[in-house]
Design a protein around this ligand. Structure first.
Ligand code: NAG
Ligand code: NAG
Length: 389
């Protein structure tokens, strides 16, 4: 056949089929004569040209997940496909990565190198082991952690030997870390490779961070204490307390009947007796109670106040008691001390207030009295009976 004959045949071909160009099956579809009605190429197959009778299989290293397509997709890096006519690619397994696109064989997947890992399939690269981790083998999905008490500085480490022990005075409670913590003030660690520090015992304290020896723990000085371990300072004994010895966990208390004004006292001698007119029923106090109105205390260092006994008083007798009162005594003179008066009065004396059924044995407390004598009893009662028994 000459080339002219071939040209004429090609030119006449559509007419010979009796088909118009617009009736041809479009790319991605086919039929028995290449014309409408057409069917889509199935997923995994394709047809790039119009008017075709059959579909083509996607070649190795490609895929087509849709029907009716004129081309196939290339398997991405990390995947591969060794067969034709497929609707998807296969993934390089975890612990490996794909080196190029359109790969046709699992052999193109390369194991992650030592010091690297890949937990997922279908990836184009591996991760480098973090600082604090290591991986001696190829093709792994994770790295090992440097154990507690150690750390790793190197990324992509391939050997456990790259994990360094925490130096004395430091610690690391967790695995897989890139550094160690420094022992806090109040703690110490003499050995390398430890997950924690020791605490200075109660009664002592530590000032130094990163201490490597128990000898850095100092005893609390006299006048101070520490009831917890692992502390960087001691508490000062409160007012009312004292501690003569070093290295103690608590202070002693000034006994009842006494008080202490000094913080951090180192001797029991700092506890002072309560003055007359005052008392202290508790230990470890910084002051004493003042006798209430109606009470008195003639001696120092006492734990209670004494009560006025109105039943033992004569009618018309006045006793100066209460605040600043050091004794209960008849106020025959003119008492000028701020305080209270206990008065046993005759019936006719207490007719103002409070007028109770029996006025005999009434006790009256007056505060702020400045000049009261037996002669002016009447005036006092008229002016202010404040309480009665
Ligand atoms: C230790 O002493 C402190 C300060 O005095 C106090 O607040 C704390 O309750 C004490 N703890 C114990 C367990 O005694
Ligand atoms: C100690 O004295 C105070 C003040 O007088 C009083 O309130 C307290 O109840 C007394 N405590 C005891 C245990 O006697």
């Amino acid at each position: 056949m000459s080339s002219t004959t071939l040209y004429v045949l090609l030119f006449l071909l559509p007419l010979w089929h009796g088909v118009n160009a617009r009736d041809l099956c479009p790319p991605g579809s086919v039929s028995s004569n290449g014309a409408e009605p057409c069917r889509d190429c199935p997923a995994g197959r394709y047809q790039p040209y119009a008017g075709k009778k059959s579909c083509l299989s996607c070649p190795k290293g490609t895929y087509q997940n849709y029907g009716g397509r004129s081309s196939c997709y290339t398997c991405p890096q990390g995947d591969y496909q060794p067969e034709t006519g497929k609707t998807s690619c296969r993934e390089c397994p975890s612990g490996s990565f794909g080196r190029w696109e359109r790969a046709t064989s699992a052999a193109t997947c390369k194991k992650c190198a030592p010091g690297a890992y890949q937990p997922y399939g279908g990836r184009s690269s591996c991760y480098t082991c973090n600082q604090g981790d290591f991986q001696p083998k190829a093709g792994q999905t994770s790295c090992f952690e440097c154990p507690p008490g150690s750390y790793g500085r190197k990324e992509g480490a391939t050997s456990r030997a790259t994990c360094k022990k925490c130096v004395p005075g430091t610690y690391q409670p967790y695995g897989g870390r890139s550094s160690c913590y420094t022992c806090n003030q109040g703690d110490y660690q003499p050995k390398a490779g430890k997950a924690s520090c020791f605490e200075c015992p109660a009664g002592s304290y530590g000032r130094k961070e990163g201490a490597t020896s128990r000898a850095t723990c100092k005893k609390c000085a006299p006048g101070t204490y520490q009831n917890y371990s692992g502390r960087s300072s001691c508490y000062t004994c409160n007012q009312g307390d004292f501690q003569p010895k070093a290295g103690q966990k608590s202070c002693f208390e000034c006994p009842p009947g006494s008080y202490g004004k000094k913080e951090g006292a180192t001797s029991k001698a700092t506890c002072k007796k309560c003055a007359p007119g005052t008392y202290q029923n508790y230990s470890g106090r910084s002051s004493c109670y003042t006798c209430n109105q109606g009470d008195y205390q003639p001696k120092a260092g006492k734990t209670t106040a004494l009560n006025v006994r109105p039943d033992r008083m004569e009618t018309g007798q006045v006793q100066l008691v209460g605040r600043h009162a050091k004794s209960a005594r008849p106020a025959t003179a003119n008492p000028t001390v701020e305080g209270a008066l206990a008065i046993r009065c005759a019936e006719e004396d207490c007719h103002s207030r409070p007028p109770k059924a029996r006025h005999l044995d009434s006790v009256v407390f007056m505060s702020g009295a400045s000049e009261v004598g037996t002669n002016s009893l009447r005036r006092v009662f008229d002016g202010g009976c404040m309480a009665s028994r």
